[in-house]
Write a protein that binds this ligand. Sequence first.
Ligand code: MG
Length: 161
Amino acid sequence: MTTGPRIGHGFDAHRLVEGRALILGGVRLPFERGALGHSDGDALAHAIADALLGAAALGDLGSRFPDSDPRWKDADSMGLLAECAAAVREAGFAIVNLDATIVVERPRLAPFIEQMRENVAERIGLARDCVGVKAKSSEGMGYTGDGTGIAVHAVALVTAR
Ligand code: MG
């Protein structure tokens, strides 16, 4: 195995629909629509999980917890994220830090960012100052701009122990 730092990247997108809760980083947001998905649709948890798995070259979230499997129907994605972090550590890596950008026009996420950071840090077993979460609009352009969907980009840094 390589020594030194390794980076991983994750991306996730979900359609926003009526009749679903909008959950990001384990925070249930007050909003009239939510993410369509087999699990609870927590796109922040999904993107971070893929970044962590990617840094360790352990595949992706979808192959670990396939959406064809009824066990993961409405699954708590923060629990899946914790399992991915544990798998990365079991493979011999220490998790250094991670950073994520949520792209959505509405709702406004600023009041909830700190709670998302705290939840992610706690579930992964990192200090909060090692977890970055940011929100961006896409200025009305594309599926994140017209309210059709939400996207999250994430990167994670790990080191071989
Ligand atoms: Mg997803």
